[in-house]
Design a protein around this ligand. Structure first.
Ligand code: UDP
Length: 240
C-alpha cells in the first residue's frame, strides 16, 4: 500500500454512549455527535469499511437511579435499548452529513431497526455503507465492549478501535498519578501482566483469542481516528 493509503480495509469502531454527551450530564449533545460523525466520515471517505458498535452509558446513566435495586437482567435490557436510541441518533446525524448508513440491532425491534444479520452487515460494508451495530450482544451481563469484540471478529475487521475520552492506555490513572505514562504499543500479554484495563475482561479475552488488535484513542482529538486508520502512531495499540 502507498503511504497515502489507509492501513485497514475494514475496522470496527467502539463508540461509548458517554462520548455522545459532550459536556452534558447525560443524553446526546448535537454538536458532539456531529463532530464525531465528521471524524467517521473522514475515514469512510478514505475507502475504509466502518462498522460501529455504539454504547448506551449516556442514556442509561440518566435512568440509573431508577434502575438501582432492579433485577440486573432487567436493567441490562434497559441499557441495551439505550444503545438502540443512540444508534438511531448516530444514523440520523450520518444521514445529515451525507453518509449512507444502516442500523442493525441484536434485539428484535423490527418496526424501528433491522435485526442483526451478519451476512447483510458484511454486504452493506462491501457497498461502502457504514453499519451501526446496536443492542449490544443482545444478552444481559455483557457490555458493548464485548459486542465490539464479537462484531469485530464476526465481520472480519482487522482491528477494533476503542474511542474514549482519554488518548490511550496509561501505566496509571493520569488524573491521579502525575508520573503516569502513556504506552504507544503494548502486547496483550504485557497488558494482562500489568493489569491494565483496556476493555472489560470478556472483550479483551475475545480480541486476544481472535488475534484482533485494539487501538485505544481519543475521539475528541481532531483527526485522531483518521491517523489510526492510516496506521500512524496514535493512542495505544494493543497487539498480539
Ligand atoms: N448491555 C448488556 N449487554 C450487552 C451490551 C450492553 O446488558 O451486550 C447493557 C449493560 O447494562 C450496559 C448498558 O447496556 O451497562 C450500556 O452499555 P455499555 O455500558 O457498554 O455502554 P458504554 O459504557 O459504552 O456507553
Amino acid at each position: 500500500m502507498s503511504e497515502t493509503s489507509p492501513s485497514y480495509k475494514r475496522i470496527l469502531l467502539k463508540l461509548s454512549g458517554e462520548a455522545l454527551m459532550g459536556g452534558d450530564a447525560y443524553g446526546i449533545n448535537r454538536q458532539t455527535i456531529w463532530a464525531i460523525v465528521a471524524e467517521i466520515k473522514g475515514v469512510v471517505d478514505l475507502g475504509v469499511q466502518v462498522g460501529v458498535v455504539i454504547g448506551g452509558g449516556n442514556i442509561f446513566r440518566g435512568v440509573a437511579p431508577a434502575a438501582r435495586g432492579m433485577d440486573r437482567a432487567q436493567a441490562d435490557y434497559m441499557g441495551m435499548l439505550a444503545t438502540v436510541m443512540n444508534g438511531l441518533a448516530l444514523h440520523d446525524a450520518m444521514r445529515a452529513a451525507g453518509m449512507v448508513s444502516r442500523v442493525q440491532s441484536a434485539l428484535n425491534i423490527e418496526q424501528v431497526v433491522e435485526p442483526y444479520i451478519r451476512a447483510k452487515a458484511i454486504r452493506y460494508l462491501e457497498q461502502g455503507r457504514t453499519v451501526i451495530f446496536s443492542g449490544g450482544t443482545g444478552n444481559p451481563f455483557f457490555t458493548t465492549d464485548t459486542a465490539a469484540a464479537l462484531r469485530g471478529a464476526e465481520i472480519g475487521a482487522e482491528i477494533v478501535l476503542k474511542a474514549t475520552k482519554v488518548d490511550g492506555i496509561y501505566s496509571a490513572d493520569p488524573n491521579k498519578d502525575p508520573q503516569a505514562t502513556r504506552y504507544d504499543r503494548i502486547s496483550f500479554d504485557d497488558a494482562i501482566a500489568q493489569n491494565l484495563a483496556v476493555m472489560d475482561a470478556t472483550a479483551f479475552a475475545l480480541c486476544r483469542d481472535q488475534k484482533l488488535p485494539i487501538n485505544v484513542f481519543s475521539i475528541f482529538k481532531q483527526g485522531a481516528l483518521k491517523r489510526v486508520a492510516m496506521g500512524e502512531k496514535e493512542g495505544t495499540l494493543v497487539y498480539c
